[in-house]
Design a protein around this ligand. Sequence first.
Ligand code: FE2
Length: 549
Amino acid sequence: MMNRRPTIELKAAESSVVRDSIERAKQAEREGRWADACSLYEQLVRNPDAHASTRLAVLRWLGRAYMEQGNRGAALDVLEAAVASADIIGSPPAVAQALNVVGIVYQTSGDLDQAAAIYEAARDKAESAGDGALIAMLDQNLGTVAMIRGDLRAALEAFRLSHLGYQALGMRNHEAQVLNNIGLAYMELGNLADAEAAYADAGRAFEEEGDHARQLDLSVNKIQLYIAGRRYDDAESHCRELLAYHADEMPSWRGEVFRHMGVISRERAQFVEASDYLNKADLHASQTGDLLLKADVAEQLAELFWAQKRHREMLLSLNEAHALYSQVKAQHRVAQIERRNDALESRFLEMASQWGDSIESKDRYTQGHCERVAFFACVLADSAGFTARSLFWFRIGALLHDIGKIIVPTEVLNKPGKLTEEEWAIMKRHPEAGLELVADIDFPGDIRAIIRNHHERWDGTGYPDRLAGEAIPLAARILCVADVYDALTTTRSYRPGLTHARAAEIMRSSPGQFDPQLLETFLEWAETADIPGRPTPQRMAIFASGAAS
Ligand SMILES: [Fe+2]
């Protein structure tokens, strides 16, 4: 998304020394040498030969350079000074421009409420000064904040205002950038036709302006649009055009185009090509240090493995994507990561749930078992004080608790009668087999404990480790209660589901099996809960959203 930053015309009267320093600082910025840019700007601020209005602009640039270095405190200090100086010289446009950069600092660090409040204050100043270009820029930035928040209607409204402003002023290049943002907002709304129209308008304006670099960025957005509309031939021809262009260089979008090619191939069931392209994208991301792209690629690889039923590798990739998103978030660079990560977590849960169920659903009577067990277990984990964050992992673990059952033959899983000793021996291996499946995935400890120890008993006679009492990890003790309750209350091939009262009676009369305190907490809740055998969709939603917060 394009965020507008203020530009300023330098006083023609500036000495060549001052102009030269500014040029060197800008060059350092373009090359990403932020420390050099900062020291040049610091010298300029103290240079008595520079005009007051130039020094004011330099303060803003210095603030932005500190921000790029990750030094938010220094950035805000300098920008506060810029706002105060602009106020002293009585220049509302300069106040508005300085406030705009303050807004960008808050936006970049994810403080969206503060960013929006500051952009609005800046717009008031710009309005009182009658500065149309500034107003349009601030509308655009307000639109960007709304977009990051996911308030797409508000974003579109703000972008349209901005577009009208730039149009009236005849600022074609700025217009095109807003049109690109309008296209992105329509894309997110799923309104592909309007997105395409906005991109087409943006493309014409960039072409008129001869802005080739932005035209290429726009092409990458169009590819995404074609993929969303399943127009894979259009998407592919755009990708090929971009890849042929500047083949020897490494423009920032090259990795993204490889990723798109990977997605197109995957959707066409060309799995080998898909894997090749996604690996190329991953390599590009590693070479350029683009963590966000790396996360994106890992997410798409997970989908590729999912399509090929390579579940273990799918989990590896999902977990990698999740870790990378957290890392990007920690860098305070991309506020919209929050929403992307939420989407990934939902998909993570969906895949874990479907995989977990596909193992169980060899028996049609156990359909939905994993989802229900995860739900019950989350209720109990929530009351035991698990945080929303840890509940996400807990839920993943609960969904996957029986993945080890893939080693158990279908006829044994579905056998209505008693298992033979040999069959029972295979069945009892499922916790360890499950753990082996996730052995090389860097999952939080609870998941391992759930998979390995959900068949331990409070009295120490369970399997596989014969742990007793509180030596059994809490997550596994919780899962055990949820697992047995669901098994008893759902209909099986050999008996109908039991009522709550009967299930509670059976569980209470098996004192050696469960953590007594957890059992009572759960049964008390289940007795009055609105679950005629299974959770309501509303309750499921509460936990799905809790997990993502
Ligand atoms: Fe199990």
